[in-house]
Design a binder for this molecule. Structure first.
Ligand code: TXA
Ligand code: MG
Length: 325
């Protein structure tokens, strides 16, 4: 209660690599198994992106409906050509500036990827994650790892290995440890298929940063047909109901509700996060899980006032607060 959820100052992305664990994870992937891996955004539930049966196990473990395509993680931008037929120079430009990092790029696909992984689409979502353990795994494996967030479908994404085990423990073969995910919200997804660069999901890279590099506007595609499961109305949801409020409404909120705020308070059942959007994002999912575990019926969330990750925060908390069906 009244806990601070500011992630510890250690740099999880540069934690020492456990080579034995990496070797075991590679063997597991080669055998068609499921490996949970840390990334800088959230933990992913990975399988060999070319193996239909292995990828099908991801959908089963998550309870994710078929047809929701997965992100394929690769170890370096130099591998992009294996997975896409695109020669659009904007793909290389974005990769050069933002990879490894929290940006996923959707492009027309080659035939290499499992059709199960792309949900039958003729496009593929590609990302090079910025986490030493994920990069070590991808390099040692040599191929692509299809991985959605390592949580049950529709629920809050995991930012620690403990979260993964709590959600999926007995459904996966191996969990790689990698500390707390530093970004804490999922990657930004852009699609480069036609003329425009379309934003499909706000995330760890802001639209401003993308536009500065591209020198052109990014078109908002977040309201278009739901190709991304994170684009469904309700998603990222804890068990408790979620409500978004302004700071000045706090005195009116019942003492029995948990509150997550970008400042410290003396309220019971309150989780204090940093006031800047980056620090707030890093702690949000852990706070939602902790607030949920306290057994409350309602979690009231106050967002930070501004900052580069605010769009992603509004999206995630908005979906957590959406009516459940
Ligand atoms: O940060 C992240 O993106 C994390 C880490 C593990 O990399 N992954 C993640 O995966 O958030 P997931 O499955 O929870 O969300 C991936 C999103 C989904 O909404 C999916 O529908 C969308 O990417 N996606 C995948 N392939 C796509 C495609 N070809 N076209 C449009 N959307 C696609
Ligand atoms: Mg997810």
């Amino acid at each position: 209660m009244g806990e601070s959820l500011v992630p510890e100052a250690h740099d999880s992305a540069s934690a020492p690599i456990d080579h034995e664990a990496i070797a075991a994870a590679v063997a597991c992937l080669q055998a068609g198994g499921l490996v949970a891996m840390p990334t800088e955004t959230v933990y992913g539930l990975g399988a060999d992106a070319t193996n239909d049966a292995a990828v099908a196990r991801i959908f089963e473990a998550k309870g994710r409906p078929a047809g929701h395509p997965l992100i394929v993680h690769i170890g370096a931008a130099s591998q992009v050509g294996e997975w896409t037929t695109s020669t659009d120079p904007r793909v290389a430009l974005l990769a050069e500036h933002f990879w490894p990092g929290p940006l996923t790029i959707v492009v027309p696909r080659s035939t290499k990827v499992s059709e199960v992984a792309v949900g039958g689409l003729d496009t593929i979502a590609l990302r090079v994650p910025n986490h030493t353990t994920a990069l070590a795994l991808l390099t040692a494996f040599g191929g692509g790892i299809a991985a959605p967030s390592a949580n049950r479908f529709g629920q809050v994404s995991p930012t620690t290995a403990t979260h993964v085990r709590a959600d999926l423990g007995d459904r996966i073969d191996l969990v790689l440890e990698g500390g707390s995910s530093e970004v804490g919200v999922e990657s930004t997804i852009v699609e480069i298929v036609g003329d425009a660069v379309m934003l499909l999901r706000p995330g760890g890279v802001s639209v401003d940063a993308l536009e500065a590099v591209l020198g052109e506007p990014v078109v908002d595609g977040t309201a278009s047909v739901s190709r991304a499961s994170g684009m469904m109305a309700s998603h990222y949801a804890p068990k408790a109901a979620v409500r978004v409020a302004d700071a000045d409404q706090l005195p009116l909120i019942a003492a029995s509700s948990a509150v997550i705020v970008p400042f410290s308070t003396r309220r019971p059942l309150s989780w204090s996060l940093p006031e800047d959007s980056v620090g707030y994002a890093a702690g949000l999912y852990a706070a939602m899980r902790a607030a949920d575990q306290s057994g409350v019926d309602e979690i009231v969330v106050v967002l930070p006032p501004d900052g580069p990750l605010l769009a992603a925060l509004i999206d995630r908390v908005g979906k957590a607060a959406a009516p459940r069906t």
